[in-house]
Design a protein around this ligand. Structure first.
Ligand SMILES: NC(=O)C1=CN([C@@H]2O[C@H](COP(=O)(O)OP(=O)(O)OC[C@H]3O[C@@H](n4cnc5c(N)ncnc54)[C@H](OP(=O)(O)O)[C@@H]3O)[C@@H](O)[C@H]2O)C=CC1
Ligand SMILES: O=C1O[C@H](COP(=O)(O)O)[C@@H](O)[C@H](O)[C@H]1O
Length: 603
């Protein structure tokens, strides 16, 4: 049974199909348009699932007018229905003897409010992603009616200065709708700033005071977004929890990666966080889980009959997870040098995608059921061996008269740094479904293009009648499913086809779902989805501590060995395809990287 109190109205967020989320979404949109009797205003609904969907078993109503706000449960006189657009029709119940005039009753009085504090508001991520995502949610009508946004950092800034800073990053990217400028102004009016130290309980108390002023006596829910370097996470959490957490509503904290550098430091971070927060208050963000095509992975797998039966060692030859950026670490060298590409991309983003790709069917789409399956598959994996890893680092390269820098040219990076900016790895899942199937990962900075893809290469057709038409490269002519996460989001399937004409020549073609051609709506940024979920308490896309432990267990031994043995990375020119070693690694498992020579989904 789920209890809920009226909160947000988000017309575009009805995409979830699991029942608990459906309850949330329906609730957001519950507007009680037809209060059945004077004086009957349900303030809470007890929603439960039934075979017919969601129904209301009990409503609590306000009785006897505004002054005596007694709440008492009432039975509905008939079934509660969900009408079109998620509006609940609550059938009449017997009215009280004395009823009040609905028009004079202040229904907003006891509504809750959400205060979002961006800790580290002066920083890169806050400007680039968090404020724009909050604005997009506001624009789409996804934020609750009562909300306030506070920026918090050490930099001295006034509210007006914060607004100026934030306004530079906001865009009206969502369609070409009207009143965007006006909406921006309204949004900015609800943004405030409080300067303070991250380890000062006094400064957080001052913040608390300001938050309370804005919350105006409503039930206050508070979300803190830690957009700060990891070495100050705990200071900030300690102060936020002791001096600025909500007395009556919920308090949640979004924690940005990196969640440690290895198993030990990650466990220590979790232990420290749990001194001040419960696990269900901690929202560990991996923004790749908020990307549209990553969200779609489960839909593709579990709602299409043609895929799930093929999803095993029986039909799949190998799976590839490819991340490439065509720019280096410029500006982030200081952070990056302490982490490297394996920690920055593989251990989190790519491994999370792998877990979603390879997990067994969850019992339901509830957060815990999905995360249980992810943990299971991660724990079935073999820890990565040094032999199965190739590392690289970009070096300076001049092209078209332009000189591109080496990684170590960054002033914040030591000249003798061995930190990998590229890595390729072969991983294995020792369970019945995936026994022997190589899961290859490749991630790199300063490569020749920018893309993130999942490539599924299928086995060849046994006894294929058309072998002679295909020729010796049998494995090259097998089916390949490509899920291009970015850019130009697409899902395409490579198939063999007869070239039209009198001869019998086979050709490889793509069955192609290119999002830009199929859907006119712009795809929301991952941070929008994740922020909305955190506000709504939906944990499905956030990392649970046992998932994190399992993920670190796979990579910690090899990371330690790379450090201890001071393994020298293979140097590759800025803007190239990366170290050739990655091809040798793939070849050892009879794999060819699918991105090489693929002209993509445009054909
Ligand atoms: N930037 C990005 O693209 C991504 C960032 N992340 C993660 O998000 C978090 C924030 O990233 P980002 O915005 O780039 O970080 P920044 O380096 O920009 O830091 C954010 C703010 O924290 C304060 N700060 C910086 N260094 C220190 C320090 N040594 N001691 C105390 N305060 C400091 C500064 O604010 P002030 O001086 O005003 O207090 C700064 O504006 C990090 O954990 C990062 O790993 C994750 C994914 C991508
Ligand atoms: O977490 C990180 O992600 C970005 C890439 O994110 P994207 O959404 O732009 O693909 C990466 O550049 C950065 O190094 C890493 O820390």
């Amino acid at each position: 049974m789920a209890t809920y109190s009226p909160s947000t109205h988000c017309p575009s967020s009805s995409a979830y199909s699991n029942n608990s989320s459906l309850i949330n979404r329906i609730h957001q949109r519950t507007t009680f348009p037809s209060i059945p009797r004077k004086g009957f205003r349900p303030t809470k609904l007890y929603l439960h699932q039934s075979s017919n969907g969601v129904s209301v078993s009990n409503a609590v109503h306000v009785q006897d007018g505004a002054k005596s706000m007694k709440e008492s449960p009432v039975e509905s006189d008939g079934p509660v229905k969900i009408l079109k657009d998620g509006i609940l029709s609550v059938p009449p119940v017997t009215p009280p003897e004395e009823s009040i005039d609905v028009a004079s009753f202040d229904f907003n009085k006891d509504k809750s409010t959400v205060s979002i504090t961006v800790v580290g508001a002066s920083g890169d991520l806050a400007k680039k992603k968090i404020f724009p995502a909050l604005f997009a949610l506001y624009y789409e009508g996804c934020l609750p009616e009562h909300f306030t946004i506070f920026g918090y950092a050490r930099s001295k800034m006034t509210d007006a200065e914060l607004r100026t800073m934030v306004s530079k990053t906001l865009t009206c990217r969502i369609d070409q709708r009207e009143n965007c400028g006006e909406k921006m102004d309204h949004f900015l009016e609800r943004c405030f700033y409080h300067p303070g130290q991250y380890d000062s309980p006094e400064n957080f108390l001052e913040l608390d005071k300001k938050l309370k002023e804005h919350e105006a006596g409503r039930v206050a829910n508070r979300l803190f977004y830690l957009s700060i370097p990891p070495n100050i996470f705990i200071d900030a959490v300690k102060c936020a929890s002791s001096s600025a957490s909500s007395a009556k509503g919920w308090t949640r904290v979004i924690v940005e990666k990196p969640f440690g550098r290895d198993s030990e430091s990650s466990s220590a971070l979790t232990r420290s966080l749990k001194q001040y927060l419960d696990e269900d208050q901690i929202f560990r963000i991996d923004h790749y889980l908020g990307k549209e095509l990553v969200e779609n992975l489960s839909v593709l797998r579990f709602s299409n009959l043609i895929f799930e039966p093929l999803w095993s060692r029986q039909y799949i030859r190998n799976v590839q997870f490819i991340f490439a950026e065509d720019f280096g670490t410029e500006g982030r060298g200081g952070y990056f040098d302490n982490y490297g590409i394996i920690r920055d991309i593989m251990q989190n983003h790519l491994l999370q995608i792998l877990a979603l790709f390879a997990m067994e069917t969850p019992v339901s789409l509830d957060a815990e059921d999905i995360r249980n399956e992810k943990v299971k598959v991660l724990r079935s994996m073999r820890p990565l061996r040094l032999d199965d890893v190739v590392t690289g680092q970009y070096k300076s390269h001049t092209r078209g008269g332009v000189k591109y820098p080496a990684y170590i040219d960054d002033k914040t990076v030591p000249n003798d740094s061995l930190t990998p900016t590229f890595a390729a790895a072969a991983l294995f899942i020792d369970n019945a479904r995936w026994d022997g199937v190589p899961f290859l990962m490749k991630a790199g900075k300063a490569l020749h293009d920018r893309r993130t893809e999942i490539r599924v290469q299928f086995r060849h057709v046994p006894g294929n009648l058309y072998n002679k038409n295909i020729g010796p490269g049998l494995d090259v002519a097998t089916n390949e499913l490509v899920i291009r996460v970015q850019p130009d989001e697409a899902i395409y399937l490579k198939i063999n086809n007869k070239v039209p004409g009198l001869g019998m020549r086979l050709d490889r073609s793509n069955l192609n779902l290119l999002y830009a051609a199929r859907y006119s709506k712009e795809i929301p940024d991952a941070y929008e989805r994740l922020l909305l979920d955190a506000i709504e308490g939906e944990r499905r896309l956030f990392i649970r501590s046992d998932e994190l432990d399992a993920a670190w267990s796979l990579f910690t031994p090899v990371l330690k060995e790379l450090d201890d043995k001071k393994i020298v990375p293979e140097y590759y020119p800025y803007g190239s395809r990366g170290p050739v070693g990655s091809h040798y690694l793939a070849a050892r498992y009879k794999v060819q990287w699918g991105d090489v020579g693929d002209v993509g989904s445009q054909q």
